[in-house]
Design a protein around this ligand. Structure first.
Ligand code: PEP
Length: 241
């Protein structure tokens, strides 16, 4: 399966900073060993679109609403992302779930809507530290996948990002053994649900010094990277493992 290296910029980088990043990153992009995808904040999407024209680097939004347009003040439209040339939408990131109260029902609507538009949803799942310590990880991930993909089309592109909540932005990366074990579980849940070949990315404090080991683990098809994707050199290094 092809590798995917995705960058979640959260609420960082102005349009100008976005242009400056890509001016440098494009020079290094040929070293990437898989597909590279950027998720800038919504207001910088147009700058990303302009900067990436004519390259094979992909981009998309960090969230969207489950309808293309209408009286939905403050939401992002996946149709606008598509019009800008974007091809991915990140859905159900743990910050969306925790800070903005997104639930699996809304997430399922978004996944189906995005697939219907011909874009690729990148669905984020992951357990909290309490859930892991209580040995509920498998059950939590199975529930998030079953509910979040309840309306998904099995014949359309889909990417899953496994991101243990306790590893996001904390510097506490999951061990290679934990990553291998959990990715194997996610792979088998997806298989049981009838989703054939889905890329499963790992996310949570991925850095240039741990990426090479993590990417070798079972059923790891690449990474979703937050903090380390904000700097050209560190993300280019991660994308070249
Ligand atoms: C993320 O935001 O999805 C993420 C994995 O962040 P970080 O790499 O900073 O842990």
């Amino acid at each position: 399966m092809k590798k995917i290296f995705a960058a979640n910029w959260k609420l960082f980088k102005t349009p100008q900073e976005t242009r400056e990043f890509f001016a440098q990153f494009k020079e290094l992009a040929n070293k990437a060993t898989g597909e590279v995808v950027f998720f800038p904040s919504a207001i910088s999407l147009e700058a990303a679109s302009e900067s990436l024209k004519g390259t094979s680097i992909k981009f998309g939004a960090q969230n969207c609403y489950s309808q293309a347009s209408g009286a939905f003040t403050g939401e992002n439209s996946a149709q606008v992302v598509k019009a800008l040339g974007g091809t991915y939408i990140l859905i159900g990131h743990s910050e969306r779930r925790k800070i903005f109260g997104e639930d699996d029902t809304q997430i399922a609507e978004k996944v189906a809507f995005v697939q219907g538009l011909g874009l690729t949803p990148m669905l984020c799942i992951g357990e909290t530290l309490e859930e892991r310590e209580a040995t509920h990880t498998f059950r939590v991930l199975e529930t998030q996948l079953m509910l979040g993909l309840a309306k998904a089309d099995k014949s359309k592109p889909l990417v899953v990002a496994y991101e243990p909540v306790w590893a996001i932005g904390t510097g506490k990366v999951a061990s290679p053994e934990q990553v291998a074990e959990t990715h194997t579980d996610v792979h088998s849940i997806l298989n049981k649900m009838g989703f054939g070949s889905v890329a499963i990315l790992y996310g949570g404090s991925v850095k240039p010094d741990n990426a090479a080991n993590l990417v070798k683990q079972a059923h790891v098809s690449g990474f979703l990277v937050g903090g380390a994707s904000l700097e050209v050199k560190s993300f280019a290094e991660i994308a070249s493992v």
